[in-house]
Every structure is written in C-alpha cells, then in structure tokens.
Design a protein around this ligand. Structure first.
Ligand code: ATP
Ligand code: MG
Length: 394
C-alpha cells in the first residue's frame, strides 16, 4: 500500500502537505474545501484563471492539462494528486503517476472517458447495459440493426449533460445524426423505457477496501441532473442491492482506487441497466456534504492521501436541487437574483454556490440540499424551494 500523506504533515518546503487536483470546476472546489478542512494545502491545475476550485486553492496553476511546465509545477507542489474532471487526457495522468501517487489511475479514467470501452468494462464485470452498436466507420453505420431504434446516438467521448447526443427514430435519421456529430466515434443506444434513474457512489483504496453511499434516485431534465433524492424514493431493496453489487463489481474489475460513481437505469420491468460511470465524485453525491457524516469529497481526500476508509453514514434524508444558470433569468429574459432570503428561511436548506461569475442557461451554478429528520419532510420543503425558484414539481 502506498505511503499515506498524513494530515498535519509538512512538505519539503516546510509548508503543510499539499494535495493536487487536475481540474478546477465545482467538484474540484468541494474537494479543495474537504482537503483544507483536514489541514492540507491544495493545488489546482486548470487553465481558467477564474475556475471555481482555482479561486480557493492555495496554489492555482493556470495551464492546459498537457502543459509540461504546468504538470511539473503540480508535481512539485503536490504530495498526491487526484482528478475532478473525467476528460483529463490519460497521458497527463501517466506523467503525473510516474512521480506521485495519482488516483484514480490513468487506465480507469481512460475507460470512463470512452462510452464503448465503458460498456465493455460493464460487460466484463457481468453488468447489463443498454443494447448498443459502436459506430466508428461508414460500414459500421450501414450494419446497424434497426432493432436499436428508436435510439440515442452519443459521441463516444467528451459528452456531458446530454451534450453530444441526438435522438434518432429511423436509419435515415441515424445517418444524418452521425453526420451532424461530425462522423466522430459514436455509440448508438436503444432508447429504453425508464421507470427511474439511480446512482451509486463508492470509494475504494489501494488495499481493496470499498465503502459506499446509499443508492440515490436521480431526476434528469433535458439530459441534465435536476434532483437527487436519498433514500431512493420508490426503489425496492432488492433493486438497490443489485445496484450496490454492480458498482462494487465494476470498481473491483478495474482495481479502481478513488471515488467512483455508477449511474443506472431502472426499467419498467424492474430490471437494472448500467448507463455510465464517472471516475470522480458526482453531482448526484453533493447531498453527502450535508446529509452524511463523511462526504464524497472527504472520501476522495482519504483515497488521495492514502488514509483509512470507513463506511459513511447517512444521518439525514435529503433532497438535492441543482441550481442552473437559467434561474438567474426572469420570464422576460432579464437577469435576476434567485430569492435566496426566502429559500434560506426554509428549514434544513443548505445552499452551495460555486463562485461562477456569469450565469448561463444549463450552467451548473450551485446546488441546494434540503435535510430533515424524515424523508417526507425534506421532500415537502424541497418542493417549496422548487416552487420559489420557479422549478417544476417532481
Ligand atoms: P452526464 O452529465 O451524466 O455525463 P451524459 O451527457 O453523459 O450525462 P447520459 O448519462 O448518457 O448523458 O444521458 C443523459 C440522460 O439521458 C440520462 O440520464 C437519461 O435520462 C437519458 N438517456 C440516456 N440514454 C438513454 C437510453 N438509452 N434510454 C433512455 N434514456 C436515456
Ligand atoms: Mg449521465
């Protein structure tokens, strides 16, 4: 097992030991906050000078992910390194990994970056995923089985929040859609009848110890996560157990070290199908900050620093609402400030804003977690909060 970077220890320069993170988005910001709570210094590599994590880290290296000097600086600063952005190029992680403990490793991140590789990994781990075809050539396009329609054509890499996806009904529409996506490598997935969506977040250390959060139920709107509910409302115990077992199996199949989120579809017939996975904390786990005794970011700090993992405990049922940039615009299209005082007057509301200066439609600006002693109470308050924000009920 790798040597731990102990809390309270100092680096070679006499300053507190530093944990580094590739990527400066909100996930990196919440990692930085968790690391700082334990006394670590933090270093963020992100080209954006105003990145949410870079703004609050001790060291911000504002270069691209493959910049040699930037990577050298990150290594020089950091005793161990993690990632918050799944599209960090594998070569960057390999470079870092040659000199510092890096988790998750380049191999696992590469699998999660590519839909076809990800589906192959699910299969190897014995987990069902949506019927699909890999489309990388015109021949592969011509050979597509019409039974996959109606389907969703997804770019194999770099998609997020429903970007890089087109719904297709016919083979002719499929050809047009592939052209519209630039004929890049894609996966065509059969569109499945979803009864619900759930996700599971696990953390695994180099010794193979694995702990997990409870199953989360997720509601997406326009391909973007909108609401997470925990415990997972309406999802029976057996289905939850299958999701937990599948998340464990895929983490073990990759000898994964770090925090991993696996997203699933629950189909109308009750079966469970893996959708995709993220080699990092996940938006559906943000509630863990306020509702669990250890958050997904605390566990990322522990796996990064090589510290012991213990099972996190949900101490309060929770409902999380994502706050997208849309909420900063009124019905007339003019800018407005969401009604924070009214929201904060509700019991059990925890507001998180990521420090992003310019709201844009679909941009994740923050989230709000409602906790309560009983799930029903949290849901009532979350519905009130949604109404105040002008969001539809769920
Ligand atoms: P993320 O931001 O989670 O990475 P993404 O852009 O990678 O999103 P997916 O998770 O593939 O997108 O899809 C987004 C949403 O679209 C899913 O959560 C689900 O609601 C819907 N969806 C995706 N694939 C299917 C499918 N095969 N059948 C039915 N619905 C689907
Ligand atoms: Mg997804």
């Amino acid at each position: 097992m790798k040597r731990a970077i102990l809390p309270g220890s100092t680096g070679p320069d006499g300053r507190p030991a530093t944990l580094g993170v590739m990527g400066g988005g909100q996930l990196g910001r919440m990692f930085v906050q968790a690391a700082q709570a334990m006394g670590y210094f933090t270093a963020v590599l992100d080209a954006d000078p105003t990145s949410p994590a870079g703004l609050i880290a001790h060291y911000h290296i504002d270069t691209g992910y493959l910049d040699e000097q930037g990577l050298a600086q990150l290594m020089q600063r950091s005793a161990a390194i993690t990632t918050e952005f799944e599209n960090v190029p594998a070569p960057a992680l390999i470079t870092l990994g040659a000199h510092r403990p890096v988790s998750p490793g380049a191999d696992a991140v590469a699998v999660c970056q590519h839909r076809a590789a990800e589906k192959a990994q699910f299969r190897r781990a014995g987990i069902a995923c949506a019927p699909h075809a890999v489309i990388e050539t015109a021949d592969a396009l011509a050979a597509v089985d019409a039974a996959l329609l109606p389907g969703i054509l997804k770019t194999s890499s770099l998609g997020y929040d429903g970007k890089g996806q087109l719904r297709v009904e016919t083979l002719a529409a499929l050809a047009d859609a592939w052209a519209a996506l630039g004929r890049v490598p894609c996966v065509l997935e059969k569109r499945l009848p979803l009864a619900a969506e759930v996700s599971v977040i696990v953390a695994r250390d180099a010794g193979g110890t694995l702990v997990h959060f409870p199953v989360q139920r997720n509601l997406h709107r326009d391909g973007i996560l909108a609401v997470t509910e925990v415990p997972a409302r309406g999802i029976d115990e057996a289905t939850q157990q299958r999701a937990l077992d599948a998340a464990r199996a895929v983490a073990e199949s990759m000898d994964y070290v770090g925090v991993l989120c696996v997203e699933f579809f629950v189909l109308d017939d009750g079966s469970l199908v893996a959708n995709e996975m993220a080699p990092r904390p996940h938006n559906s786990g943000h509630y863990t900050i306020d509702a669990c005794d250890l958050s997904q970011f605390d566990l990322q700090v522990r796996t990064t620093a090589g510290l012991p993992l213990v099972a996190p405990r949900l101490h309060s049922p929770a409902v999380m609402l994502n706050l997208l940039g849309d909420l900063w615009f009124g019905a007339d299209g003019g800018e407005r400030t969401p009604p924070w005082p009214q929201l904060l007057a509700l019991p059990g509301v925890h507001l998180h804003l990521y420090g992003k200066a310019s709201p844009r439609r679909g941009r994740k600006m923050g989230h709000l977690t409602v906790t309560a002693p009983e799930f029903g109470q949290a849901r009532v308050v979350a519905l009130e909060a949604a109404a105040l924000l002008g969001l539809p009920p769920f």
